[in-house]
Ligand binder design. Structure first.
Ligand SMILES: CCCCCCCCCCCCCCCCC(=O)SCCNC(=O)CCNC(=O)[C@H](O)C(C)(C)COP(=O)(O)OP(=O)(O)OC[C@H]1O[C@@H](n2cnc3c(N)ncnc32)[C@H](O)[C@@H]1OP(=O)(O)O
Ligand SMILES: CCCCCCCC/C=C\CCCCCCCC(=O)OC[C@@H](O)COP(=O)(O)O
Length: 287
């Protein structure tokens, strides 16, 4: 009897959960996000022993990158990369990118150059297996609540970049933002580039609004364009130039973001209205 009650409940669940998943966008959103985080926590369990062989080493970022690349297929997210030629091959540089959501991880892993480590909030270090995997891959953690600490970590980073030939990826908005624009840029990334005398490479990820919106609990399939912009040189600049450098970079990134995100394609095909027009993308390509 007990067994049949349990079986009955299980059958109800097996029917109800998929129905709820299809009918309730909030439930679907919750499931997709929960799976996203759980899957990455689980993948980190596999990554940790592989990375531990080398110890804390930026080369381990390749292991994480390789293990995360498939997630876009699980979620039906097409990532369309433009401007590969703007990632120079040899020298260190600072990549700055807009930050809409934790799913930026997908676009980031798609284009992450070799020997490039992200700067992340310190809280991520305590995110269980993910924190340990990030530490082993050389992610640089900063304490956003202590500006002096954060600045001194970034100054050390300027030395490390040059001594150990490392590139750094920074989200200069400093927090996630999905309001259709970009927050004012914090200046750490630009001080870093000026101190290390290395170029800045802006990377813009187009708006997720057509397929992902946390406020509307929307998470469907779609396309994100990741555009790598030409380098911005910092040679000869001083700390006094940092504010202007940050403003110029933001302006360039914002106009690219708006262009990439605003032009829906004429109704055609599966992703109609989700992707920027290819005609518009071509215009960018020849710039
Ligand atoms: C297979 C399994 C896999 C498992 C793992 C999967 C994960 C894989 C890895 C992926 C990891 C991805 C992680 C992404 C995480 C993204 C984040 O966490 S975003 C949040 C953290 N990042 C940032 O905050 C970066 C941007 N922030 C800054 O640059 C800030 O400026 C700051 C350095 C943090 C300081 O911020 P704040 O305290 O708010 O102060 P400000 O107003 O910005 O600055 C005050 C003042 O100081 C000047 N200044 C800033 N930096 C420097 C410097 N380096 N040198 C000198 N001076 C500096 C600044 O100019 C201000 O002065 P001003 O006079 O007002 O100009
Ligand atoms: C035992 C502890 C378990 C903790 C579980 C934590 C789950 C974490 C699991 C997977 C993390 C996936 C990697 C996400 C990487 C992106 C991180 C991110 O986007 O951080 C946000 C940060 O940029 C800005 O933070 P805020 O917007 O200011 O907030």
């Amino acid at each position: 009897m007990d067994l049949s009650v349990a079986q009955g409940l299980l059958i109800c669940l097996l029917i109800l959960v998929p129905l709820l998943y299809e009918w309730s966008p909030s439930f679907k959103f919750f499931c997709k996000m929960a799976f996203f985080y759980s899957w990455i926590l689980a993948l980190a369990v596999l990554a940790i022993p592989i990375c531990a062989v080398r110890g804390r080493n930026v080369e381990n970022m390749k292991v994480l990158q390789f293990m995360l690349l498939h997630i876009k297929y699980l979620y039906g997210i097409k990532i369309d990369v433009k401007g590969w030629e703007n990632f120079p091959l040899k020298e260190p540089y600072v990549v700055v990118s807009n930050h809409q959501s934790s799913i930026d991880l997908l676009g980031m892993m798609e284009v992450l150059p070799s020997r490039c480590v992200p700067i992340a909030k310190r809280e991520l270090m305590y995110a269980g297996t993910v924190g340990l995997a990030c530490w082993l891959a050389g992610v640089i953690f900063i304490n956003r609540k202590k500006t002096d600490d954060a600045i001194s970590v970034m100054s050390e980073t300027a030395q490390t970049m040059l001594k150990e030939d490392v590139r750094v990826w920074v989200f200069p908005e400093g927090t996630r933002n999905q309001d259709g624009s970009m927050l004012p840029f914090k200046r750490g990334a630009f001080h870093l580039a000026v101190q290390a005398r290395v170029p800045i490479i802006p990377v813009v990820m187009s708006s997720y609004k057509e397929f992902y919106n946390i406020k509307e609990n929307k998470f469907t399939t779609g396309t994100c364009v990741v555009r790598i912009l030409p380098r911005i040189d910092t040679k000869g600049l001083t700390p006094d130039d940092v504010a202007d450098l940050a403003d110029r970079t933001r302006q360039t990134m914002l106009s690219t973001f708006l262009q990439l995100s605003s032009t829906p394609c004429p109704a055609s095909g599966e992703h109609a209205g989700h992707t920027p027009c290819s005609a518009e993308r071509e215009t960018h390509d020849v710039q």
